[in-house]
Unconditional design. Sequence first.
Length: 205
Amino acid sequence: MDQLIRAAFGIELLVVLGVRTLFAGGLQLGEKTGRKWQESPAYVVGSIPFVVVWGWAAVVYFSATDLPWMYLGLPDLVRGAGLIISLASGAFLIWVFKTIGTAGAKTIVTFDAMKLATTGPYSLVRHPMYSGFFCWSITWLLFTDNWVLGAAFAGFIVFIAIVRVPHEERVLVEHFGDEYRRYMARTSRFLPLGSLTSTKHSMRP
């Protein structure tokens, strides 16, 4: 089963991340009018340890290196269920990538013709991509049976939620103004709970 899981995991990573690159790729073609790189420096620096740890864990996992302390010993039934849920999470992420299109760059970028995504998954929450990635990371832990792979990526998404998301929302308020404030008033950040759990919108452009 381990070989099947590794193959499925590798294919799933290539497909989902490849689709993301495909949909966001238009942002990299030509010079967009008014394009600004507005990434959080704290996010750039703080993300390095997570990327290094996950990259190392992935290399170890796909090379089938025998490091018993990385594995939980989960039953095959749990691992199989985790794989099925993971595929569903991957499909959700592809829906997110298609909806946000060229605005879904790997870094925070704004440009004059940029449109605010408020349809599909973005009609329910403001950051469905991060929600989807967090669920995806938990399924990795289940079906790979490797807690380092899951924990490193889940920790990275939590770090993004704490450090990057508030900065990203300030950037979007500055760029879209009242349009984004109204959007914030009717959505929550990560879970489809509506405006009851929305953040308090006291930010100013």
